[in-house]
Design a protein around this ligand. Sequence first.
Ligand code: SAH
Length: 459
Amino acid sequence: MFKKNDVCILEIDDIGTNGEGIGKVDGYTLFIKDALPGDRVEAKIMKANKNFGYARVQKILTSSPDRVEPVCPVASKCGGCQLQHLSYEKQLEFKENKVKNNLERIGKAKDFVMHPIMGMDNPYHYRNKAQYPVRMGNDGNIHMGFYAGRTHSVIETEKCYIDTEGNDEILKLIKENMIANNVSCYDEEKHKGLVRHILIRKGFATSEIMVCIVINGKTYPAAESLVTALTKIPGMTSVCLNVNREKGNVILGKEIINLYGKGYITDTIGDVKFQISPLAFYQVNPAQTVKLYETALKYAGLTGKETVWDLYCGIGTISLFLAKSALHVKGVEIISEAIENARNNAKLNHIDNAEFYVGKAEEVLPKYYDEQRAAGNNATADVIVVDPPRKGCDIKLRETMVKMSPERIVYVSCDSATLARDVEYFTANGYKLVEVQTVDMFGMGVHIETIVALHRTDL
Ligand code: SAH
């Protein structure tokens, strides 16, 4: 039995869900941060559970052939990236294998086509959105940057290699404004102090920038001078406050106070234009998003005659991408501001065959189905697209989807374990997993986006 502070030597042979290396010593599994498959390491156990433990690398005895020098000097301390020390090619291989394994093991799927992963041309500076925590450091200075892995101490980041270039300039201006006006930083433990986070979003196609200051209060004392400073930055289109007075980890509150601009920025994906509000979800990697949505369009197999549902539609991105090739699209989304964006986005693009509903997909769709049936209508759909958050689709939603018997289900997923669980449900209920495409939206991170096509087996 191993215990804390034991030192052992082992080979690493796998990568865990948080990017940590996994290896075994005498049958005991250890999760080791910053270790890679192919490494032989000397590691010290930090926490020993009965069947597995967590350890830290003391020394790399033999280095993995896939190990590379991270470009970012704080890569190993910062919680933002997990895989910078692994070559990008191997990151892609790891992600693709993870999805395939989950589909086969959890999803019990077989005989599907697994297309080669779509990797990024440049896996740096790809993010159009960043959320920087703001805290007072032990040195008495304001720190804006990233949480150190698994903790809430903030690492000051001069320059982040995955965020869009230029954010450092914006942070600098805000910091100067805070210092000049004696504006306090939020203190999580005491739940006191004002500025909690800074959210920056940029439309890569339009260069429009939004800055949203998340505050534990109702007003920012120097709002006017802050707007004056920020609007000197080319492209600054929207400056707002977000009120979050709750304790806990959730970054954004529900209330937005607009300080400058119309309260949204605009961006385009392919040839569709989108308005994006601070509270709405918008894919963070525009170069890869086009590939994802084009795959969704391909898997939907539209001819112009179809009724399509786009569940978890956000600001209507996929809905509007599909609308031009479908008879009618109905989008469902829980955040009302996002639906407001979606309706405006339809108008902006002169699309009049898309309508949007606010609510939970697992409530809106069953209600629609029951009402239509009660009225004597058949309530079927030709194609249903889903793009849920990590927890996947609620069972009530899955049941209704099967009842509506679409010919095709297109499932976009940011968590291949819940995707696999849902695929198993659909394959047990009259569908077949036909093809799978992984798209890397999060280079240097562990997450991976997957899109799959399921077809009704009786066709
Ligand atoms: N398809 C969109 C958004 C995908 S992200 C795009 O590609 O941009 C998932 C979305 O689901 C988010 O907008 C989130 O607000 C929404 N959401 C979360 N839970 C939901 C639920 N139960 N019902 C409907 N929408 C939900």
